[in-house]
Design a protein around this ligand. Sequence first.
Ligand SMILES: [Fe+2]
Length: 445
Amino acid sequence: MHDRRDRRDLPVGTASPAALDHHETALWHLVSFYGDPIAAFDATIAADPGWGLARVAKAVFLLTLTEPAMLPQAHELLAQAEPLMRSAPAHERGHFEAAQAAAAGRWREACARWDALLHAQPRDLLALTAAHLFDFYRGDARNLRQCVARVLPEWPIDDPLQPYVLGMHAFGLEECNLYPQAEAAGREALARDPRGPWAIHAVAHVMEMQGRFDDGAAWLADDRTGGSAGWADNGLAVHLWWHLALFHLEALDSTSALALFDARISGAASSVNLQWLDGAALLWRLQLLGVDVGARWHALAGAWADPVAHAGHYAFNDVHALLALLGSGDHARAAALVEASANHARDDNLAMTNEVGLPLMRGLMAYASGDAAGACRLLYPLRTVAHHFGGSHAQRDLIDQTLLAAAAASNTALGRALLNERRLAKPATPLTDHWAGRIGSQRAP
Ligand SMILES: [Fe+2]
């Protein structure tokens, strides 16, 4: 009955060529982070109001932002789509069910449903992008790599979006600690399309994990994308600037890191949780190094859209909002945030909150209140499970750096042990030497 297909041979529930064109444009925005996909999603819906998948796709995009303020709109889109799905192809009904699961906070189920859709249609870019982002939010490094690997060979090289799929694979390889393979995949993707921010990002992660701070700074300053930092107008730009700031921090160049915060991360540059959290993570690391960040904490905490009211949607975001409140000295709201995070967490986020979010927040609060020994006691056991609440190795390194600072004040034996780990990964960086100096642990002769 349904024999209509899009340009990747997926069965589609629309007969409108205009709707399909707009949908393809939206997918490009979605996978590349360039431009705003909302206009393309809306144009798709307008071109064929009866095409349920168009509303589902927009809802999925909103959900991938992990933004509580977007949830009502996502639910409304799915409610509008529901009656339209009865006559939709089975594949599109599968998308609707996956989106419903994601909207209800059942992220693991949603990923399983998108994965199943990809078994049948390996070039389903909506399913792949959604699965990849939610695998990231769930800290599922194995699927971050292998869900993409299961489809990558089925993407022809002449598909203009194939390099973006390869970029996803590069990031999955990196999060599985397969650094040489990740860098090769990222560079291959960029050789085909130099604009791919996810591939640029994956290679930057490799350099971060290997302590190659000079390489990393040069990599992100490179104008390979057609002009100085051609990704500057990209949705991933704040995060890439954050990575550049990390390379500056690894070199102990806090002046450059602060300048990046001021010019590229703070203020109007950031407008959603995923951006504010990078700012908070950067200021926290600077403060761990003893840098006076001035009034920046207050500005960041003031810009953050009511983190206490929104707590409980995603533990990873809650932890970073807590940093902003602690940094600005608002311990009363910090305590309220922890309570709200505990009270409002549901479904998959409840497990993330209980296992990682809450103990991590308590450890950070202990550190902020001057209880270095308590911070060590609370934070150290989390290192083996922290990936369960998502984020990247580089983002979760904030836990280790907080532990190093706490250990320097209270437990130099633990600090020395952590430094031994760090030296194997990042043997000769000024930041590693900084921690060694504070802990009193010099490199063995
Ligand atoms: Fe990153």
